[in-house]
Design a protein around this ligand. Structure first.
Ligand code: PEP
Length: 251
Protein backbone atom coordinates (compact mmCIF):
# COMPACT_ATOMS: atom_id res chain seq x y z
CA UNK A 1 0.00 0.00 0.00
CA UNK A 2 1.41 3.37 -1.01
CA UNK A 3 0.48 6.05 1.53
CA UNK A 4 -0.56 9.22 -0.34
CA UNK A 5 1.50 12.39 0.00
CA UNK A 6 0.21 15.94 -0.34
CA UNK A 7 3.11 18.38 -0.63
CA UNK A 8 2.98 22.17 -0.86
CA UNK A 9 5.69 24.02 -2.77
CA UNK A 10 5.68 27.63 -1.59
CA UNK A 11 8.25 28.64 -4.21
CA UNK A 12 9.69 32.15 -3.66
CA UNK A 13 6.60 33.37 -1.82
CA UNK A 14 6.15 34.48 1.79
CA UNK A 15 8.48 36.38 4.09
CA UNK A 16 9.71 34.52 7.17
CA UNK A 17 6.79 35.51 9.42
CA UNK A 18 4.22 34.91 6.69
CA UNK A 19 5.52 31.36 6.16
CA UNK A 20 5.45 30.70 9.91
CA UNK A 21 1.91 32.09 10.19
CA UNK A 22 0.64 29.96 7.28
CA UNK A 23 2.21 26.82 8.74
CA UNK A 24 0.65 27.52 12.15
CA UNK A 25 -2.71 28.17 10.53
CA UNK A 26 -2.45 24.90 8.60
CA UNK A 27 -1.49 22.73 11.57
CA UNK A 28 -4.92 22.40 13.26
CA UNK A 29 -6.72 22.20 9.90
CA UNK A 30 -4.89 18.98 8.98
CA UNK A 31 -4.31 17.55 12.46
CA UNK A 32 -6.69 14.63 11.83
CA UNK A 33 -5.43 13.76 8.36
CA UNK A 34 -3.93 10.32 8.93
CA UNK A 35 -4.68 9.08 5.43
CA UNK A 36 -1.70 10.90 3.91
CA UNK A 37 1.73 12.36 4.58
CA UNK A 38 1.81 16.16 4.55
CA UNK A 39 4.85 18.15 3.46
CA UNK A 40 5.36 21.90 3.12
CA UNK A 41 8.32 23.54 1.39
CA UNK A 42 8.87 27.16 2.42
CA UNK A 43 11.80 29.36 1.32
CA UNK A 44 15.20 28.69 2.91
CA UNK A 45 15.02 31.63 5.31
CA UNK A 46 11.86 30.27 6.94
CA UNK A 47 12.83 26.58 7.05
CA UNK A 48 14.25 26.41 10.55
CA UNK A 49 11.46 28.27 12.30
CA UNK A 50 8.77 26.41 10.38
CA UNK A 51 10.46 23.05 11.10
CA UNK A 52 10.70 23.96 14.81
CA UNK A 53 7.04 24.97 14.95
CA UNK A 54 5.89 21.84 13.11
CA UNK A 55 7.84 19.49 15.40
CA UNK A 56 5.58 16.81 16.88
CA UNK A 57 2.86 17.50 14.29
CA UNK A 58 1.95 15.47 11.19
CA UNK A 59 3.51 18.12 8.91
CA UNK A 60 6.98 17.47 7.51
CA UNK A 61 9.16 20.21 6.10
CA UNK A 62 11.07 20.22 2.81
CA UNK A 63 13.61 22.50 1.15
CA UNK A 64 13.17 23.44 -2.51
CA UNK A 65 16.77 22.85 -3.62
CA UNK A 66 20.24 21.88 -2.35
CA UNK A 67 23.84 21.87 -3.50
CA UNK A 68 25.32 19.12 -5.65
CA UNK A 69 28.24 19.12 -3.16
CA UNK A 70 28.38 16.93 -0.08
CA UNK A 71 31.54 18.45 1.48
CA UNK A 72 31.37 21.73 3.37
CA UNK A 73 33.46 23.72 0.95
CA UNK A 74 33.98 26.98 -0.95
CA UNK A 75 30.68 27.15 -2.87
CA UNK A 76 29.35 30.64 -2.22
CA UNK A 77 25.58 30.86 -2.11
CA UNK A 78 25.03 27.11 -1.92
CA UNK A 79 23.43 25.06 0.86
CA UNK A 80 24.55 21.51 1.56
CA UNK A 81 21.86 18.84 2.08
CA UNK A 82 23.12 18.07 5.60
CA UNK A 83 22.55 21.74 6.56
CA UNK A 84 18.94 21.25 5.54
CA UNK A 85 18.71 18.06 7.59
CA UNK A 86 20.42 19.80 10.51
CA UNK A 87 17.55 22.30 10.90
CA UNK A 88 14.84 19.64 10.99
CA UNK A 89 13.84 19.07 7.36
CA UNK A 90 13.15 15.60 6.03
CA UNK A 91 12.73 16.13 2.28
CA UNK A 92 14.20 18.17 -0.58
CA UNK A 93 12.43 18.99 -3.85
CA UNK A 94 14.95 18.37 -6.64
CA UNK A 95 14.82 19.35 -10.31
CA UNK A 96 11.66 21.44 -10.27
CA UNK A 97 10.92 22.64 -13.82
CA UNK A 98 11.44 26.27 -12.74
CA UNK A 99 14.99 25.35 -11.73
CA UNK A 100 15.52 23.44 -14.97
CA UNK A 101 14.15 26.40 -16.96
CA UNK A 102 15.69 29.40 -15.13
CA UNK A 103 18.72 28.01 -13.25
CA UNK A 104 20.30 25.63 -15.76
CA UNK A 105 19.40 22.51 -13.79
CA UNK A 106 20.35 19.47 -15.87
CA UNK A 107 19.64 15.77 -15.54
CA UNK A 108 23.22 15.45 -14.29
CA UNK A 109 22.89 18.08 -11.55
CA UNK A 110 19.50 16.61 -10.58
CA UNK A 111 21.26 13.25 -10.22
CA UNK A 112 24.04 14.74 -8.07
CA UNK A 113 21.56 16.59 -5.84
CA UNK A 114 19.44 13.46 -5.49
CA UNK A 115 22.54 11.53 -4.41
CA UNK A 116 23.49 14.34 -1.98
CA UNK A 117 20.04 14.09 -0.46
CA UNK A 118 20.29 10.30 -0.06
CA UNK A 119 23.84 10.54 1.28
CA UNK A 120 22.51 12.39 4.33
CA UNK A 121 19.42 10.21 4.77
CA UNK A 122 16.92 12.71 3.42
CA UNK A 123 14.11 11.89 1.00
CA UNK A 124 14.26 13.42 -2.48
CA UNK A 125 11.15 14.58 -4.31
CA UNK A 126 12.42 14.34 -7.87
CA UNK A 127 10.47 16.38 -10.42
CA UNK A 128 10.07 15.40 -14.07
CA UNK A 129 7.76 16.66 -16.79
CA UNK A 130 7.54 17.67 -20.42
CA UNK A 131 6.85 21.08 -21.99
CA UNK A 132 3.84 21.77 -24.21
CA UNK A 133 6.01 21.58 -27.36
CA UNK A 134 7.40 18.24 -26.25
CA UNK A 135 3.90 16.90 -25.62
CA UNK A 136 2.50 18.24 -28.88
CA UNK A 137 5.36 16.74 -30.87
CA UNK A 138 4.67 13.33 -29.33
CA UNK A 139 7.84 13.32 -27.22
CA UNK A 140 6.40 13.50 -23.72
CA UNK A 141 7.27 9.92 -22.74
CA UNK A 142 10.80 10.11 -24.20
CA UNK A 143 11.50 13.33 -22.28
CA UNK A 144 10.12 12.01 -19.00
CA UNK A 145 12.06 8.76 -19.41
CA UNK A 146 15.28 10.68 -20.09
CA UNK A 147 14.77 12.92 -17.04
CA UNK A 148 13.89 9.95 -14.88
CA UNK A 149 16.79 7.72 -15.90
CA UNK A 150 19.15 10.71 -15.61
CA UNK A 151 17.94 11.62 -12.13
CA UNK A 152 18.03 8.06 -10.84
CA UNK A 153 21.28 6.91 -12.49
CA UNK A 154 23.45 4.92 -10.08
CA UNK A 155 20.74 4.61 -7.43
CA UNK A 156 20.23 1.17 -5.91
CA UNK A 157 16.89 -0.52 -5.30
CA UNK A 158 17.36 0.30 -1.58
CA UNK A 159 17.94 3.98 -2.45
CA UNK A 160 14.55 4.02 -4.15
CA UNK A 161 12.86 3.80 -0.74
CA UNK A 162 13.91 7.43 -0.23
CA UNK A 163 12.71 8.64 -3.62
CA UNK A 164 9.39 10.26 -4.42
CA UNK A 165 8.70 11.16 -8.04
CA UNK A 166 6.64 14.23 -8.94
CA UNK A 167 5.28 14.24 -12.48
CA UNK A 168 4.68 17.88 -13.31
CA UNK A 169 3.89 18.67 -16.94
CA UNK A 170 5.43 22.12 -17.44
CA UNK A 171 2.35 23.30 -19.38
CA UNK A 172 0.19 22.67 -16.31
CA UNK A 173 2.32 24.49 -13.72
CA UNK A 174 0.85 27.78 -12.58
CA UNK A 175 -1.28 27.95 -15.73
CA UNK A 176 -4.60 26.80 -14.33
CA UNK A 177 -4.46 24.06 -17.01
CA UNK A 178 -4.54 20.72 -15.22
CA UNK A 179 -3.68 17.50 -17.01
CA UNK A 180 -6.82 15.40 -17.19
CA UNK A 181 -6.84 12.53 -14.71
CA UNK A 182 -6.49 10.20 -17.72
CA UNK A 183 -3.45 12.07 -19.09
CA UNK A 184 -1.82 12.07 -15.66
CA UNK A 185 -2.63 8.39 -15.05
CA UNK A 186 -1.18 7.44 -18.42
CA UNK A 187 2.15 9.12 -17.60
CA UNK A 188 2.22 7.79 -14.02
CA UNK A 189 1.70 4.26 -15.38
CA UNK A 190 4.52 4.87 -17.86
CA UNK A 191 6.83 6.11 -15.05
CA UNK A 192 6.12 2.94 -13.10
CA UNK A 193 7.04 0.84 -16.15
CA UNK A 194 10.31 2.79 -16.48
CA UNK A 195 11.10 2.17 -12.78
CA UNK A 196 10.45 -1.52 -13.38
CA UNK A 197 13.08 -1.48 -16.17
CA UNK A 198 15.67 0.68 -14.38
CA UNK A 199 15.30 -0.72 -10.85
CA UNK A 200 12.89 -3.49 -9.87
CA UNK A 201 9.27 -4.53 -9.79
CA UNK A 202 9.30 -3.72 -6.09
CA UNK A 203 10.61 -0.19 -6.70
CA UNK A 204 8.01 0.30 -9.42
CA UNK A 205 5.22 -0.84 -7.12
CA UNK A 206 6.35 0.99 -3.99
CA UNK A 207 7.54 4.38 -5.25
CA UNK A 208 5.08 7.17 -4.64
CA UNK A 209 4.40 9.22 -7.79
CA UNK A 210 2.81 12.62 -7.20
CA UNK A 211 1.05 14.70 -9.81
CA UNK A 212 1.74 18.44 -9.94
CA UNK A 213 0.23 21.14 -12.11
CA UNK A 214 -2.65 23.38 -11.07
CA UNK A 215 -3.98 20.99 -8.43
CA UNK A 216 -6.81 22.67 -6.52
CA UNK A 217 -9.47 21.66 -3.98
CA UNK A 218 -11.88 21.24 -6.93
CA UNK A 219 -9.82 18.71 -8.91
CA UNK A 220 -7.76 16.81 -6.32
CA UNK A 221 -10.30 14.07 -5.62
CA UNK A 222 -10.66 13.12 -9.26
CA UNK A 223 -6.90 13.02 -9.74
CA UNK A 224 -6.43 10.98 -6.56
CA UNK A 225 -8.93 8.38 -7.76
CA UNK A 226 -6.49 7.23 -10.47
CA UNK A 227 -4.65 4.01 -9.67
CA UNK A 228 -1.10 5.30 -10.12
CA UNK A 229 -1.51 8.81 -8.70
CA UNK A 230 -0.23 8.69 -5.13
CA UNK A 231 -0.52 12.33 -4.20
CA UNK A 232 0.02 15.88 -5.31
CA UNK A 233 2.76 18.49 -5.39
CA UNK A 234 0.84 21.74 -5.13
CA UNK A 235 2.14 25.23 -5.89
CA UNK A 236 -0.32 28.14 -5.99
CA UNK A 237 -3.15 26.43 -4.12
CA UNK A 238 -0.82 25.52 -1.23
CA UNK A 239 -0.07 29.14 -0.34
CA UNK A 240 -3.36 29.57 1.48
CA UNK A 241 -3.76 27.34 4.55
CA UNK A 242 -7.48 26.75 3.99
CA UNK A 243 -7.11 25.84 0.35
CA UNK A 244 -4.14 23.53 1.06
CA UNK A 245 -6.02 21.91 3.96
CA UNK A 246 -8.95 21.17 1.63
CA UNK A 247 -6.52 19.45 -0.75
CA UNK A 248 -4.97 17.46 2.12
CA UNK A 249 -8.45 16.45 3.27
CA UNK A 250 -9.42 15.30 -0.21
CA UNK A 251 -11.13 12.12 1.00
C1 PEP B 1 4.57 23.49 -8.55
O1 PEP B 1 5.12 24.56 -8.37
O2 PEP B 1 5.18 22.45 -8.30
C2 PEP B 1 3.19 23.49 -9.07
C3 PEP B 1 2.67 22.34 -9.41
O3 PEP B 1 2.56 24.71 -9.17
P1 PEP B 1 0.98 24.96 -9.40
O4 PEP B 1 0.24 24.04 -8.47
O5 PEP B 1 0.78 26.40 -9.07
O6 PEP B 1 0.70 24.64 -10.84
Amino acid sequence: MRKPIIAGNWKMYKLHDEAVDTSLELKPLVANANHCEIIIAPVFTALKTVADRMEGSNIQVAAQNCSTQIEHSAHTGEICADMIKDIGCSHIIIGHSERRQFYSETDESVNQKTKACLHFGLTAIVCVGETLDERESGNAENIVKKQLTGALAGLTVADMERIIIAYEPVWAIGTGKTATPEQAQEMHGFIRRVLNETHSTEAAENTRILYGGSVKPANVKELMSEADIDGALVGGASLDANSFAQIVNFK
